[in-house]
Ligand binder design. Structure first.
Ligand code: SAH
Length: 225
């Protein structure tokens, strides 16, 4: 028996079949970006979900995590990552670390990722997962993502993994010229629109990428937890 959670599901035969069928599913819904598919294949999602839900880790569905939050479905992670059009020199800001799964995927495709999370409890859990995987190009901070992270701005790419009620103009302002920001936009209790913002000087172009459902972006850092 292999007790190592990083290899258990990804490396045994059953695990390989689960990963392969997830990749087929992602291809079938139009995700063809090789680098993104490779990252999904390389990062064991089972490591990022609560132990009692590990058997569902390779299903294409969002799952509950600590602090009442969720890990996004793999198809949403893949779609958002592909739309970011990442390059290996890119400096990326992520709002909403959660389990740290999306962060880990980004870290394989970019130079450096800064991730902001409002729940202190989630931070060491995510850091421990990245450490197990040998990932060292992520910094995570407990902070209110609504403010962005001006001390390291501008960023080449920004990804918000919680729903914003309105366009996050404060964060768009922290992008480089031609930088891309992706965020779910809409009120918390309805389906939101995944929206891509690209900045060209003072102009910002937007593109609709479809309906999604994310937990809401809250204001301020969490006082408990
Ligand atoms: N990307 C995550 C999904 C996280 S769910 C994953 O792959 O697991 C959204 C996360 O956004 C939650 O952890 C929530 O606490 C966080 N969040 C919500 N509002 C925030 C804010 N204002 N600042 C920072 N993080 C926030």
């Amino acid at each position: 028996m292999d007790d190592d959670p990083t290899t258990q599901s990804a490396n045994d035969d059953d695990g390989r079949i689960l990963v392969a069928s997830l990749l087929l599913k992602l291809r079938s819904i139009g995700i063809s970006d090789r680098k993104v598919l490779n990252a999904i294949e390389a990062i064991p999602r089972n490591l990022f979900v609560p132990e009692e839900l590990m058997h569902l880790a390779y299903e294409d569905r969002a799952l509950p995590i600590e602090c009442g939050q969720t890990i996004s479905a793999p198809s949403v992670v893949a779609m958002m990552t592909a739309a970011l059009d990442l390059g290996d020199r890119h400096k990326v800001l992520e709002i909403g670390t959660g389990s740290g799964y999306q962060t880990a995927i980004l870290s394989r495709l970019a130079r450096r990722v800064t991730s902001l999370e409002r729940f202190r409890t989630l931070i060491p859990l995510a850091e421990a997962r990245w450490a197990v995987l040998g990932i060292s190009n992520i910094s995570v901070v407990q902070a209110d993502g609504n403010q962005g992270w001006s001390r390291q701005a501008p960023f080449d790419r920004i990804i918000i993994t919680a729903a914003c009620e309105t366009a996050p103009s404060k964060l768009v302002a922290q992008l480089v010229d031609e930088g891309i920001l992706i965020a779910p936009i809409g009120s918390s209790d309805t389906v939101q629109r995944l929206t891509l913002f690209q900045k060209y000087g003072t102009r910002v172009d937007t593109r609709d990428l479809g309906g999604v459902r994310f937990v809401p972006m809250m204001s301020g850092v969490a006082q408990n937890l």
